[in-house]
Design a protein around this ligand. Structure first.
Ligand SMILES: *Cc1c(COP(=O)(O)O)cnc(C)c1O
Length: 403
């Protein structure tokens, strides 16, 4: 018997029936009563775009992280882009980031008119290497964008030392890392700028959305200004001041959050720690079982920090199995278990390849990780039954396909 999945034809495995009866999703959002009631209240309130709910969500994010200022936006991409624009980074400037990330991290550098320069990840981690950063610094380098991959925080102290020595800014891409911390200090709390994503699959979602966190009051004001046309007063401020007059200080952009989204975010934030704990318990169960396979490397925090477990990136040495990574993913799907790959390194994307003349082996650590990586499902609504189904499917494939 053969089963067709994603164009790849797979042999049936003993018994013929899949581990699960129906497809286990990869990372569905967990939406509670608070979000539904919060959105309903906003919709009935007569004020649906940026207003009091956004302000309330900002104060809640400040409270949660310990950062002095939070500004909510339409996306993390907007937050990263505005961070560059506000810093005056543009044509002729270089920004160093990791190739092992989602493309938005590098795209924003191009949007700002600057040049993204990649520094490879540190062996044994998914995180940008400080050594590789130092090798890539030139007189044109203006900023670093490290990524807290999968929810594992980068060693910001180490990166800050490099940044200070060379007069660089740090914009932390913490799209995966709300809820993560470093020895008890939450990601988002500290000097520089931290950017969160509230996209549908992230640890906290507002459907689409993001936030920037900074201890710098003036910088926070700039984010507010630049995210709403460069207008000196938003609509609520005008209403509260009782006046219609405003000024345009800069030709700003349009990337504010709405109160509808903020209402979702407030509900989500109330359950974030609980959700991160559930993610951690799933990761622990996965790790305990899968570390029994000598050709599998289970993820953990590179520096012993508080991982937020946005993703569970497993590394498998497929030379020890009779199938490659893509067929393994198809075989998991045949068992009704979704999985994914994070990420195709940015330098392998056709635009970057052509424009910067990259070959895949230019960043050998990223390339090696990419060929071995399989992300297993991990989400707060996942129960013990689902976790054991995933492990049973992995065990079934490993025992059937190992050489
Ligand atoms: C999701 C993601 C982004 C972009 O987030 P949006 O809110 O969708 O703009 C940026 N960087 C990384 C690493 C991401 O995973």
């Amino acid at each position: 018997m053969k089963k067709k999945t994603g164009g790849i034809s797979l042999p049936a495995i003993e018994g013929g029936s899949p581990v699960r009866g129906e497809l286990l999703p990869f990372s569905p959002p967990l939406i509670g009563r608070e979000e539904i009631d919060g959105v309903t209240a906003v919709l009935k309130s007569g004020w649906i775009t940026r207003g009091r709910k956004c302000e309330e969500f900002e104060r809640a994010l400040e409270n949660y992280t310990g950062a002095k200022n939070a500004v909510v936006l339409s996306s993390a991409t907007a937050g990263l882009f505005l961070s560059l624009v506000i810093a005056g980074i543009g044509e002729g400037d270089e920004v160093i980031t990791t190739p092992y990330t989602f493309a938005a991290t590098a795209n924003v550098v191009l949007h700002a008119g600057a040049t993204p320069v990649f520094a490879d990840i540190e062996p044994g981690t998914f995180l940008i290497s400080a050594k590789e950063i130092e090798k890539s610094i030139t007189p044109r380098t203006k900023a670093l964008i490290p990524v807290d991959f999968a929810g594992d925080p980068v060693d910001i102290g180490e990166l800050r030392a490099v940044a200070e020595e060379h007069g660089l800014r740090i914009i932390e891409d913490a799209a995966h890392a709300i809820g993560a911390g470093r020895k008890g200090v939450k990601v988002g709390n500290g000097p520089g700028v931290t950017v969160f994503s509230f996209h549908a699959v992230k640890n906290l979602t507002t459907g689409e959305g993001g936030a920037v966190l900074t201890d710098d009051e003036k910088l926070a004001r700039m984010f507010r200004l630049y995210s709403l046309h460069g207008q000196t007063k938003d609509a609520l401020a005008k209403l509260q001041a009782g006046g219609w007059r405003y000024d345009i200080e800069v030709p700003g952009y349009k990337c504010n959050m709405t109160d509808i989204q903020a209402a979702i975010g407030i509900g989500q934030l109330g359950r974030l720690d609980e959700n991160v704990k559930t993610r951690g318990a799933i990761a622990k169960a996965y790790g305990e079982f899968l570390s029994g396979y000598e050709y599998v490397r289970v993820p953990g925090s590179a520096r012993g920090f508080d991982h937020a477990w946005h993703l569970y990136p497993l590394l498998v040495d497929f030379t020890r199995l009779r199938l490659d990574r893509d067929r393994f993913i198809a075989a998991l799907a045949a068992e009704n278990v979704s999985s994914n790959v994070h990420y195709i390194p940015v330098h392998m994307m056709s635009y970057y390849k052509k424009r910067f003349d990259y070959s895949p082996s230019d960043f050998p650590e990223s390339l090696a990780v990419f060929y071995r990586e399989v992300s297993l499902p991990i989400y707060p609504g996942m129960g013990e039954r689902e976790v054991s189904d995933v492990l049973e499917a992995c065990a079934k494939l490993f025992s059937y396909y190992q050489t």
